[in-house]
Design a protein around this ligand. Sequence first.
Ligand SMILES: [Zn+2]
Length: 547
Amino acid sequence: MRFIFTFSFFLIPFLTLILNSCYKGKSVDLIVHNAKIHTMNDANVVSEAMAIKDGKIVEVGPERQILNRYSANEEIDAMGKDVYPGFTDAHGHILSYAQQILSVDLVGCKSMDELLVRIEKYQQKNKRKFIVGRGWDQSLWTSKDFPTNEKLNKLFPTIPICLTRIDGHALLANDALLKLASIDPSTKIDGGIIHLKDGKCSGFLVDNAMNPIYKLIPPFPKNEIIDAIGEIQTELFQYGITGVHEAGIQFEDIALFKELIDKHDFDLNLYAMLMSSDKNIDFAKKNGVYTYKNLLIRSFKVMGDGALGSRGALLKQPYSDQHNHFGVLTTSMDEMKRIASICEKVGYQMNTHAIGDSTNKIMLDIYQRIFETNRDHRWRIEHAQVVDPKDFDLFGKYGVFPSVQPTHAVSDQRWAEDRIGTKRMMGAYAYKTLLNQYGMLAIGTDFPVELTDPFLTIHAAVNRMNGDNYPSGGFYNNESITLQECIKGMTTWAAFASFQENEIGTLEKGKDATFVIFENPVVALKEFQPNFSSYTYIKGKKVYSTE
Ligand SMILES: [Zn+2]
């Protein structure tokens, strides 16, 4: 009797527990099922369900298998929707975008007069002592000449005004600001151009000539910056973007990002490149590879040249639309070599902005040296926009990672041929050729130069068209890549480009549960299809949903 009592008292609950757990399966935090899970692994497996615990993927597999094996308090029936690893924007500027949000928005201005109206409206509301604007593009105006500051001086004779061009490589300053920066017609700045009109500064400054101006711009109040970054993060999550390669910060910005992470729900995976200033180099020497929660720093961003739109990119032969003008190298060759050896010493990646064919060749030659000692260096060229066809094979030969922004191709289509002529266009925005050389591309947008929408990137990369489906046959369509390749550029390859392939980029056992469920099927039809996230998760945490 006593035995039976013991049996019933202890064993029966024990058996029930076993039966229960068999029935319910192993306990996890979240199950996503009835989905089309694009794992983006080597075999490109598409699966139906996945189980997630402690921010990691426990298993990905067929519907029944996952539902039988696991139980969770939270389940998402994805209703057959596409699930992808969270997208990464492999070249963006969160801090500049925040500045842009707080500045006068000049994107899409159709004339100088519209630009002035927008500044006046902004100033009525904000009453700033120093006005900063961003995003104008004179190629949209009837007169496509670079603007001058006369009208600006009349309206604002005393308040300094700095208006940066859409590509971030040129600005228009009023006389009050030029005076403050001590810039006059006799000023010479290496790697920069100070435009003159009738012997007087026109206010139009290119590349390094902007530096004395930028030094004077007072920072926006910190609370305003934090709010703006919050807005940007939400926008990115809405598009399914869970990571950004922030292309150039100062070490002072690290404190801001840490504060955002600790106090303001900044969950975005941030791979931040340090600008190559002395202070930042000191930081790298002292800290080496630096991680703080979702912030990773282990690379330098170096500015090789300017942009094509403002004719600052350095070309081997003169510009087709400006006599005897080659553009400028914004960092000297010796300095670039010095930074390269520092990178080698501290184990940092070197990511160089190179737009012109001359700068690309210079960088490929500098990168060659590291390839001799480190075959898997993953050093990048940001943009790789115009490449001399005879230099393409060097990307493959020296293992140089091309980091490209497909929307640049379809935005620049209005004037790219004017700048470099049809022959050089054969090596411009040549994403397919670059992919064939290196075997991977890191894909981004360069926001706020372009919009953050990754579906515009897909449309530009696959169909070579802009959001208005122009041009109908695609812009140099022979350089289009496939949908799968484009998504790899924003997932697996972007992870590899930032040394994070063990954590993110694919949906596989052991990887971070960082994924997005898209509202509509992810496709690349000839007509642009907007798409948004229904759910965005980072490391198992829901950071966005349309619920
Ligand atoms: Zn950039």
